[in-house]
Design a protein around this ligand. Structure first.
Ligand SMILES: Cc1cc2nc3c(=O)[nH]c(=O)nc-3n(C[C@H](O)[C@H](O)[C@H](O)COP(=O)(O)OP(=O)(O)OC[C@H]3O[C@@H](n4cnc5c(N)ncnc54)[C@H](O)[C@@H]3O)c2cc1C
Length: 468
């Protein structure tokens, strides 16, 4: 039991807030994106800045308190909140500083991609982030960062120039290609294993107005469209980062009637480059079928960043499965569409992301801890529902879908989409890089202080377990 005096001391040494159970703000602040995660930390330290992060880390260490680190709480596996320990909450650290000349931006960890790209847009710039605006810059970048400019500029961590990190002993340091470069390698893919990142410096890119949208097909006509898309993608320019999104239209969405009768397959994404070239290049994709609707428009990149946000709402129950695919065969397409036809919840979205040969795949495999750049397609089944009583049916459907997909999956998974984080899946995510990450963990966090994450176990933790 933590003494009241110790907690009082912690409280007075913070610039931010301390939320304890039964106090105002606690309930609201213990929740994360996924309502299926219902944990009760003993304390939530809502940090106002770096000093609070250092204070929280040193306090947890001194009092032997388990720690979870949370930026915006989007991780669906729930690793950013613990039962009974301390949540280091970074969600109100929202500083954004842009250098328009150098086209760089420094961001604090509570910032979302929508906020960042809103600020960059005024300078005609954009940062490579995720496919939606609500997710946090922090967790998404530390695990990889797949989004609407992945084919043109790589994933989010390929654009990371430096980061400030609070280590497990409370030490603060910067990491880049020239300072603590081993740590810089590890945080680009190794998630929150090595410390708390308190600021990220990114390379931004010219974006301005882009061409973005989806060609929408009713499910019953989507098979041919998906095959056409797959073949189109083999020669698609890198300016186009595309995917196929399968979802149910929410009532009231202004779409033609057939798209309200059955699930929708939306094919498309964002073109970042000369717009007239984009209009010509994307025409075949937008005309094939023809689709029941074509939502492509010219828009600011910051608008494109948020165009799919309505599909994933905070507070739904979520259960996800994801994996890179060996290839997108006809059989795989038919299997996916067959399961979409029986989807139990209108909130569920299935996404096929295409990264392919592009700026993303040209980054050397050993340049960062993130890997699997050789697989062109990634599938994400984001099952979501609103009534707790529907959990069993939705989880069952997701698992059956996943069993049927197994023949088409590569031995490669993206850590940030893991719905269940266990040792086997983390090892599968890092593959041969796991060994180098272990050596780094031994150096920067040998006691596994940061273990509520996609955990890389230090050697000591493994041998302790072996001895037990
Ligand atoms: C609706 C939705 C859409 C998504 N879309 C995409 C997408 O388009 N592309 C994509 O690549 N991913 C996507 N994701 C997955 C996303 O990358 C992860 O959920 C990621 O963890 C979100 O970042 P966060 O800051 O909210 O993480 P949190 O949930 O706050 O934290 C998750 C973990 O990340 C680590 N972490 C977070 N912040 C820090 C920090 N400052 N320092 C050290 N460690 C930290 C910790 O280990 C923590 O446990 C999506 C997720 C959701 C729910």
């Amino acid at each position: 039991m933590m003494s009241e005096l110790a907690l009082q001391d912690l409280h007075t040494s913070l610039r931010g807030q301390l939320f304890l159970p039964d106090q105002p703000g606690y309930e609201e602040n213990r929740k994360v994106f996924n309502a299926l995660i219902d944990r009760h930390p003993a304390m939530i330290v809502q940090c106002a800045g770096v000093a609070d992060v250092i204070t929280a880390v040193k306090f947890a260490r001194a009092h032997n308190v388990e720690v979870a680190v949370r930026s915006t709480g989007h991780n669906v596996a729930g690793i950013s909140v613990c039962d009974g320990g301390m949540v280091i909450d970074l969600s109100v650290m929202k500083g954004i500083h842009i250098d328009p000349e150098a086209r760089t931006v420094r961001v604090e960890p509570g910032v979302t991609w929508a906020e960042l790209n809103h600020e960059l847009q005024v300078f005609g710039l954009a940062a490579t982030g995720g496919y939606v605006g609500t997710t946090g810059v922090a967790g998404l970048t530390l695990g990889g960062g797949l989004g609407w400019m992945v084919r043109k500029h790589g994933c989010a961590l390929d654009n990371l120039l430096s980061a400030d990190v609070v280590l497990a002993d409370g030490q603060f340091l910067s990491a880049s290609e020239t300072a603590n470069s081993d740590l810089f390698w590890g945080i680009r893919g190794g998630g929150g294993n090595f410390g708390v990142v308190t600021s990220f410096q990114f390379q931004a890119h010219s974006a301005g107005t882009v061409l973005a949208g989806l060609a929408l097909h009713p499910l019953s006509k989507a098979g041919e469209a998906m095959r056409f898309w797959r073949d189109f993608e083999t020669t698609a320019p890198e300016e186009a980062s595309n995917g196929a999104i399968m979802f149910t239209a929410p009532p009231g969405l202004p779409l033609p009637e057939p798209l309200h009768r059955e699930p929708i397959v939306g094919i498309g994404g964002v073109w970042v480059g000369p717009l007239d070239v984009g209009e010509r290049a994307l025409r075949p994709l937008r005309e094939f079928g023809p689709p029941a609707a074509d939502t492509y428009q010219r828009m600011p990149y910051s608008t494109a960043q948020t165009m799919a946000d309505f599909l994933w709402t905070r507070g739904s129950y979520n259960y996800w499965k994801s994996n890179f695919m060996k290839s997108l065969s006809d059989q795989a397409i038919d299997t996916i569409l067959g399961f979409v036809a029986t989807v139990p919840s209108p909130r569920t979205v299935v996404v096929l992301e295409h990264d392919g040969d592009s700026a993303w795949s040209r980054v050397a495999d050993d340049a960062t801890a993130f890997g699997h750049r050789n697989w062109p397609y990634n599938i994400v089944v984001t099952s979501a529902w609103t009534d707790a009583g529907e959990s069993d049916a939705n989880i069952r459907w997701t698992r059956e879908f996943w069993e049927a997909m197994r023949p088409f999956l590569a031995e490669a998974v993206y850590v940030n989409y893991l719905g269940d984080v266990d040792e086997e899946s983390v090892r599968a995510a890092y593959g041969p890089k796991y060994r180098r990450l272990t050596a780094l963990k031994d150096k920067y966090d040998p006691t596994n202080f940061f273990h509520m994450n996609q955990n890389i176990k230090p050697t000591r933790a493994v041998s302790d377990a072996g001895a037990a």
